[in-house]
Design a protein around this ligand. Structure first.
Ligand code: BJW
Length: 255
């Protein structure tokens, strides 16, 4: 096991308030594309501003909702990976020790919850709920009919995914909770994110400016690497199970 994992595990075992801040890289080993990978990222074929901006939806709601329906189908087809499961285990282990754990995710895929994570703050919303553009009515996706694009309610209101596009504000209460958790934690794990999209990436700054230790887990260095206390440059599906095991011992059934 690498020394950086041993060090991070010691900090994790000692911590009383932990924040995990996750991005698309955590779901990469489940088979979902990240955003900024030039080879196979979601945006290698489309300009993100064409698809993930509120103006794009206004301009071409059919294209945008077709793309999100396609992405929803990919989420359903994939499973949480060992990184998701390790984060759920870390939450359970910390709870048993009376420590607090908050998972602030930028992901909209619901995989953390499917792996068993409970205290999840969805900074950029969820693709599993859609909402009426005019009425604000929320609908689980299994109550959205995709026999036409853009989908509509029975009353004719356009339906859109309940996510946060560029140019839109993050859900205020969710962002506030995440900011408080980051500003008051003693350990923040920044996992699988390029840390370029704000205000979410500001959680790393908040933790680093406070008393917290900050650990980055990423396949490669990012813009945040220079400001973290420790960088573990490995796939999160490998690093997180090792981290959990080094901090808390073998998982039940593996001992
Ligand atoms: C692995 C791995 C493996 C791969 N293991 N690692 C301050 C400064 C500059 C600009 C701004 C600012 N504040 C606001 C802005 C503007 C803008 C912004 O940030 N722009 C920058 C890009 C320049 N922000 C906004 O517009 C935000 N809204 C806002 O500020 O509102 C203000 C407002 C107030 C009041 C009224 C109106 C407005 C909204 C941002 C919303 C972002 N939405 C998206 C799309 C969501 C829906 C969808 O999924 O389609 O969220 S954009 C996209 O980027 C998505 C992601 O959540 C987000 C972050 O990406 P992430 O997760 O980091 O993924 P990648 O691909 O970038 O990185 C993956 C990483 O994983 C890489 O590092 C890999 O190496 C790594 N990796 N495999 C470990 N196996």
């Amino acid at each position: 096991m690498e020394d950086v994992i041993r060090q991070a595990a010691q900090w994790l075992a000692e911590a009383r308030r932990v924040v995990a801040f996750t991005g698309a890289g955590v779901s990469a080993e489940s088979g979902l594309d990240t955003f900024r990978d030039p080879e196979q990222g979601l945006w290698s074929e489309y300009d993100p501003m064409e698809l993930a901006h509120i103006d794009a939806f206004h301009r071409d709601p059919e294209l945008v909702t077709r793309w999100y329906h396609w992405r929803f189908c990919r989420c359903v087809d994939c499973q949480p990976n060992p990184g998701h499961h390790a984060l759920a285990r870390i939450e359970r282990e910390l709870a048993q020790r009376g420590a607090l754990f908050t998972l602030a995710t930028q992901n909209i895929d619901g995989l953390h919850q499917r792996a068993g994570s409970r205290n999840v703050l969805e900074l950029h919303g969820t693709i599993l709920t859609w909402r009426g553009v005019t009425t604000g009515e929320m609908r689980p996706i299994d109550r959205v009919s995709f026999d036409r694009f853009p989908p509509r309610t029975e009353g004719g209101d356009l339906l859109r995914p309940n996510i946060v596009w560029f140019g839109e504000a993050l859900p205020e209460a969710v962002l506030r909770q995440a900011m408080i958790a980051a500003a008051t934690c003693d350990l923040l794990l920044a996992i699988g994110t390029s840390a370029v999209v704000y205000p979410a990436a500001g959680l790393i700054d908040l933790a680093a400016d406070g008393e917290a230790r900050v650990v980055e887990i990423n396949r490669e260095p990012t813009g945040a690497t220079a400001q973290v206390d420790l960088a573990i440059h490995m796939p999160s599906g490998e690093a997180l199970p090792q981290l959990a095991e080094a901090a808390f011992g073998p998982a039940a059934g593996q001992g």
